[in-house]
Design a protein around this ligand. Structure first.
Ligand code: SF4
Ligand code: SF4
Length: 93
């Protein structure tokens, strides 16, 4: 998962992040408890997030936390990525 959370105290329910997300990860849900009133952005499909940061950049309330790690969905690269220089596999060459 790369989107970490949405701060309900900061979120004002504007819905901008829902429009920004190209992966349909977010939705506007009713604020809980119901008597609190209004709407709040929530995470619906965290596994579909690919850390593009669009929601975070567009949020006027700075309410969204996204992991600093870029997560690339399986199948995006047609070939295996080379090992990093510090990995044991690279050192044994
Ligand atoms: S853009 Fe920010 S303030 Fe607006 S709904 Fe999304 S998280 Fe809430
Ligand atoms: S980081 Fe990108 S893919 Fe993930 S929830 Fe935000 S807009 Fe959607």
């Amino acid at each position: 998962m790369s989107i970490q959370g949405i701060d309900p105290e900061r979120c004002n329910g504007c819905g901008i992040c829902i429009e920004s997300c190209p992966a349909d990860v977010l939705y506007l849900g009713e604020r809980r408890p119901p008597w609190a009133g209004g709407w709040v952005a929530q995470i619906r499909y965290p596994g579909d997030c690919h850390s593009c940061l669009l929601c975070k950049m567009d949020c006027p309330q700075d309410a969204i936390q996204v992991s600093a790690y870029l997560e690339v969905p399986q199948g995006w690269f047609p070939y295996p990525l080379p090992p990093s220089p510090s990995s044991p596999r690279a050192e044994s060459r």
